[in-house]
Design a protein around this ligand. Structure first.
Ligand SMILES: Nc1ncnc2c1ncn2[C@@H]1O[C@H](COP(=O)(O)OP(=O)(O)O)[C@@H](O)[C@H]1O
Ligand SMILES: [Mg+2]
Length: 198
């Protein structure tokens, strides 16, 4: 492959942790600690997946990290796990969690009521319009992901009682066929040469 081809490849694919760091970067220095970790599960190989560096993935994840940092008391966790068939990114914070009355409607545009005077004075820097989650969900679903929303306080989350991770949880999962650069390469979408079958 020529030099131009290699540069192009670096723009189009990256290790999943590099994509996460790129997504989180604008929110790294806002006074909350972002813990980033990754590892295989089940039958996943030890080497982390290289994924397609799609703009909708970066912007979608960035909106989710933005919310987590907006609402965290001090900490946000971005954990990536993979198996042979899927890749999952879970973003958790130590805030108060999604308001219970919106949890079934998350991702609907404008689900949010106007902020009360009390809320505005408590967090004057917060200018949310209720579109962040809608945009994140739309962009990530377009890349083939499924999203799941929960709170760390939900009894079925099975999070350790001593855990601080009691705020909002969002899980983004892809079948590897949708996002894995190697899988996409096999279908020729990166422009690789296809063998001629005789
Ligand atoms: N990490 C979170 N913790 C608690 N509540 C959240 C979190 N993320 C989103 N929310 C709730 O969902 C609402 C909508 O979020 P979003 O769609 O990003 O809109 P915006 O941030 O523009 O208000 C927020 O106003 C908040 O009530
Ligand atoms: Mg937001």
């Amino acid at each position: 492959m020529g030099r131009a081809g290699k540069d192009d490849l670096h723009l189009r694919q990256a290790p999943v942790s590099a994509v996460i760091e790129e997504a989180a970067e604008p929110h790294m220095h806002r006074g909350k600690f972002i813990h980033i970790s990754e590892g295989p599960e089940e039958d996943g190989s030890r080497q982390q997946p290289t994924i397609l560096r799609k703009p909708e993935v970066i912007h979608g994840l960035r909106n989710l990290v933005q919310n987590a940092v907006d609402f965290a008391k001090g900490n946000v966790w971005v954990e990536t796990a993979w198996s042979a068939s899927w890749i999952r990114i879970r973003i958790t914070d130590d805030g108060h969690g999604y308001p219970p009355h919106i949890i079934g409607r998350i991702g609907d545009p404008f689900m949010r009521r106007r902020r009360s005077e009390r809320e505005r004075s408590r967090r004057p820097e917060y200018e949310g319009m209720g579109l962040g989650l809608f945009i994140a969900k739309t962009l990530l679903e377009r890349s083939g992901a499924q999203l799941r929303f929960a709170n760390g306080t939900d009894p079925y989350q099975k999070i350790r009682p001593d855990s601080e991770r009691l705020g909002a949880i969002v899980e983004v999962s892809w079948p590897r066929s949708k996002i894995d650069a190697a899988a996409a390469g096999q279908t020729g979408s990166l422009g690789s040469n296809q063998p001629i079958k005789i």
